[in-house]
Ligand binder design. Structure first.
Ligand code: NAD
Length: 516
């Protein structure tokens, strides 16, 4: 087992594996970097240059999860008893460390999951904001005091942590999304077992390293790498009190079913098919910039990506033409190179999925006006690059208007009124983010009221969450919980109701207060 303590991110070593010199990474359990019980590993590669091997990560099993959960369980009593503001101090230090390491972590994230450096810096910034926000909330963590219906009696609620929380995340926001879950979970006094995506384990590890360096005690944060096998073991583990999951609706609904059977609290943040409505009175310069960013930022691989553009017929042709002109100019390439606007898709399977959806769209009768194929050429052939792609003549029932493609594919639908736009926007199984561009306040408010979505933007694209605002979706995007904002502190705490009777006699609620 390799273990180099002196490195700044001291958990990896170079080893020769066959003909290959590879960096070997470990799990972090009970304050120690350890190999997986199975001895198996998986490769982590750069999607912009597949020949670039980042390292080998442990392919963990139920046994590794068992050890991590046992460590988290043992660490729980001391952590929950530490005064919350002291826990907050540790989180604040983690925020400071993320800030100091921002560029270093962002470079590594871009190498691992492809989005350009300016975007990965934003990803780390979101984690910094979340750290400071969670730290400040440790001085509040309010309960309620309410009047009693009886004399000389005091009623209040207090918040208590849940216990061990299992955190399972997707790869596309490999630092921000874990931070949304782990910082508030720790702030509330829970201990954590974190399983990052198998497509972004290095970013997950760099995030955990900042927590360790900030002084999170052994066992309070544990990192277990791996795929569905490790994730499923965490969900099923009887000593895990809650699961916070971000990923696809398919996996999320399976996890929700298991948690229901096991009486486990469970927060699910899942897929999206986010509409952006443009009315005939909109500022079209603003629209074109917003759609470009919303649809092709992160190569369309955001849960909040603008994947349906719903255009009023009066502005349809002009917006499509201007969009194509601008999207054609986007520079594809390695996100760590200056000037890159759009990185690759995450892996071969994602590339094939996007290609499949282009074929489906054509077969359904939609018209391709931009892109539609793998991008090739100097600097692109070793990666999973795909051209920015725009379909017009898309009808609401088509699969490319209904299903999450998770790539740089925009489906454009034409409508004749706000009512029709809202009907089309709501006609999907997802409900994460949404947007309307209009100068008329009445239309904006109608959309705010009627759109079936957890988030509505007015005159801004469907992406751009802020750490202190609730984030999450309705319908098959979520299960009623929110990340971010105050709401997430509700998820990570149990409410305890306390009655203090200082009357010195037996008072019977509902009996001694009866009016009849
Ligand atoms: P995914 O569902 O394939 O995987 C997500 C995580 O779940 C990974 O860590 C994976 O190892 C784990 N997993 C897979 N099968 C499991 C099982 N049976 N039991 C337990 N864990 C299991 O998703 P992905 O491809 O990594 O990410 C893309 C998806 O994530 C998209 O649908 C996107 O919309 C969604 N997403 C949602 C949000 C949000 O906040 N709503 C944010 C980012 C991404």
């Amino acid at each position: 087992m390799s273990y180099l303590k002196q490195e700044p991110f001291g958990n990896a070593s170079k080893q020769t594996t066959g003909f290959l010199m590879a960096t070997i990474f470990h799990n972090y359990i009970n304050g120690e970097w350890v190999a997986s019980a199975t001895g198996r590993t998986f490769e982590d590669r750069n999607p912009a240059r597949w020949s670039d091997l980042i390292g080998l990560f442990p392919q963990s099993s139920a046994e590794d999860v068992d050890r991590a959960v046992a460590a988290a369980r043992a660490a729980f009593p001391a952590w929950r008893r530490m005064p919350a503001p002291q826990r907050g101090e540790i989180l604040r230090r983690a925020g400071d460390l993320l800030r100091a390491r921002k560029d270093e972590i962002a470079r590594a994230m871009t190498r691992e999951m492809g989005k350009p450096f300016f975007e990965t810096r934003g990803d780390v910034q979101e984690a910094i904001d979340t750290a400071y926000y969670a730290a400040s909330e440790t001085r509040r963590l309010f309960g309620h005091t309410v009047p009693s219906e009886l004399p000389d009696k005091f009623n209040m609620t207090i918040r208590q942590p849940l216990g061990v929380v299992g955190v399972i995340t997707a790869w596309n926001f490999p630092v921000a999304v874990p931070s949304w879950k782990i910082f508030p979970a720790l702030a509330c006094g829970n201990t954590v077992v974190f399983k990052p995506s198998e497509d972004a384990p290095h970013s997950g590890m760099l995030f955990v390293q900042t927590l360790i360096d900030a002084g999170v005690p052994p066992g309070v944060i544990n990192l277990v790498h791996g795929d569905a096998e490790a994730g499923a073991a965490l969900v099923e583990h009887p000593d895990v009190n809650a699961i916070s999951f971000t990923g696809s609706s398919e996996v999320g609904s399976r996890i929700g079913g298991i948690c229901g059977r096991l009486h486990k609290r469970c927060s699910l943040e899942m897929g999206g098919k986010n509409p952006l409505i443009v009315m005939e009175d909109a500022d079209l310069d603003l629209v074109v910039n917003g759609v470009l960013w919303g649809a092709f930022g992160t190569t369309g691989q955001r849960c909040t990506a603008t994947s349906r553009l719903i255009l009023h017929e009066a502005v349809h042709d002009e917006v499509v033409e201007r969009l194509c002109e601008e999207a054609r100019r986007l520079r594809l390439g390695d996100g760590n190179e200056e000037g890159t606007d759009m990185g690759p898709l995450i892996n071969q399977a994602a590339l094939e999925k996007v290609q499949r959806y282009v074929e489906i769209g054509l077969k359904e009768g939609a018209r391709l006006v931009l892109g539609g194929k793998r991008a090739t050429g100097p600097g692109l052939d070793d990666g999973f690059f795909f051209e920015p792609t725009i379909f017009v003549d898309v009808r609401p029932e088509m699969r490319i208007a209904q299903e999450e493609i998770f790539g740089p594919v925009l489906s454009v639908l034409k409508v004749g009124s706000l009512e029709e736009a809202i009907e089309v926007a709501n006609n999907v199984r997802y409900g994460l983010s949404s947007s309307i561009y209009t100068r008329e306040i009445g239309r904006a408010f109608r959309a705010i009221q009627e759109l079936e979505a957890g988030i509505v933007y007015v005159n801004a694209p469907t992406i751009g969450a802020e750490a202190h605002m609730p984030f999450g979706g309705v319908k098959q995007t979520g299960n009623g919980h929110r990340e971010g904002g105050w709401e997430v502190f509700d998820f990570y705490t149990e409410t305890k109701t306390v009655y203090i009777d200082y009357s010195g006699r037996l008072q019977r609620a509902q009996i001694d207060t009866a009016q009849d």
